[in-house]
Design a protein around this ligand. Sequence first.
Ligand code: G3H
Ligand code: 13P
Ligand code: ZN
Length: 333
Amino acid sequence: MVSYKELGLVNTRDMFAKAIRGGYAIPAFNFNNMEQLQAIIKASADTKSPVILQVSKGARNYANPTLLRYMAQGAVEYAKELGWEHPQIVLHLDHGDSFELCKDCVDLGFSSVMIDGSALPYEENIALSKKVADYAHQYDVTVEAELGVLAGVEDEVQAEESHYTRPEEVIDFSKRTGCDSLAISIGTSHGAYKFKPEQCTRDPQTGRLVPPPLAFDVLDAIMEQLPGFPIVLHGSSSVPQEYVDMINQYGGKLPDAVGIPEDQLRKASKSAVCKINIDSDSRLAFTAAVRKVFAEKPGEFDPRKYCGPARDLMTELYKHKIINVLGSDNKAL
Ligand code: G3H
Ligand code: 13P
Ligand code: ZN
């Protein structure tokens, strides 16, 4: 049993309370490899932004759970080396799908876990989320639970059908589970294809898809039921068109990839939404930079020569999110 406190990590409790009071959101960035982690820490340290490092079940399978945990511990030391005196870094399990997986992460030194029972019947979701919260709270680990189903298809996180969170259920759900934050469904979804072209309109000037707005009325109704309670948005990548264009220009094929417009995320950040999950945008930046090097320098075979530019582009992306979208810069001085 390792306590996250010994690793220099923090849980989400104070971080979320401050974010709600201050009208900004904490970035929750997924990582699977060293370059993503370096870029996240560099961007957070340079901007003094609290940050949530997210590890999915897929990331654990890809990189090895123990290695990822030690990388997160190393990240705290790296942040200090970069001149960030008091790093506020959370190590969070993203989309935990069983009590055993959540327990394993708590025992390994995670400071926060998500139990995603959103696909289960209501009472089963409550029972599973409560079991995780009861265990995690013994170690002061915070717990995110989910109510409502996001659309979209990803490697590990899949949902055939979506439905918005029902505001009339959130009080009962949060009370009975004891969760510390609640992930909700208001129209975001995972991956780089968040909306079908037929759900969007087209900008007559650029020909780009313009997605439908998020259901802010549902968010408002949820906040009315649970004043001041921390709300989480998954599936919040914006799918920057410059990365999609770069990928397509250099041999990729991402037709009609579309994300959540940044102005909607800016608006959400000012509300009780205090954690915004971003993974796909980092994947797009990484891929765009690597494709560019491969296309322009076909003789290159040193991974540092294409992972380096990918890391630089991801760092730029993370800083942009922190400063221009979530407003979390200078909140962890
Ligand atoms: O919400 C899902 C995250 O983007 C993680 O994706 O399960 O493919 O690692 P993954
Ligand atoms: P995106 O696919 O929009 O980046 O969402 C990531 C996410 O929700 C991780 O849990
Ligand atoms: Zn998610």
